[in-house]
Design a protein around this ligand. Structure first.
Ligand code: ZN
Length: 163
């Protein structure tokens, strides 16, 4: 287990499409453990593998207030969306900034877990936002290109969740 360096905006790896994981192996297992450590260390609610410099379709998310409910998603795909939400969003790869983004209020995602077993996760509000944001990372897309108006500096008093 180790904390990995988070790549920042401007790093071209964040603009590349990540490749699917074909099979579980020790390297991917270590990557998942390191991504969880890195996400919790940075107090983020989500992290995608390209953010630690690995172009694989692996995402970790934990939107629970206690930070004890990690979700690991391999090769995630959005299969259904519903509604709409507009709120401020942040990203561990864009430190100190926030911006308003419109996302679906509900998403249904198909993915594989650490044992490469298929599962479905449904999310609303913050979880739906985190799922969309992380899957965008796998496609080389950053939220800054979806912001309504301008990026703003984060006010320390109203800390935003970063994903
Ligand atoms: Zn992000």
């Amino acid at each position: 287990m180790a904390i990995r360096n988070i790549r920042l905006i401007g790093d071209s790896i964040l603009e590349k499409k990540a490749r699917p994981v074909d099979e579980m192996n020790p390297r991917i297992k270590t990557l998942i453990e390191d991504m969880l450590d890195t996400m919790y260390d940075a107090q983020g609610v989500g992290l995608a593998a390209p953010q630690v410099g690995v172009l694989k379709r692996v995402v970790v998310i934990d939107v629970s207030p206690e930070g004890d409910s990690p979700i690991v998603l391999i090769n995630p795909e959005i299969i259904e969306t519903g509604g709409e939400q507009t709120d401020f969003e942040g990203c561990l790869s864009v430190p100190g900034k926030t911006g308003e983004v419109t996302r679906p209020n509900y998403v249904k995602v198909k993915a594989y877990n650490e044992n490469m077993e298929e599962f479905i996760v449904e999310g609303e509000e913050l979880l739906a936002r985190a799922l969309c944001h992380e899957i965008d990372h796998l496609n080389g897309e950053l939220y800054v290109n979806k912001v309504i108006g301008d990026l703003q500096l984060v006010n320390v008093e109203d800390f935003e969740e970063e994903v």
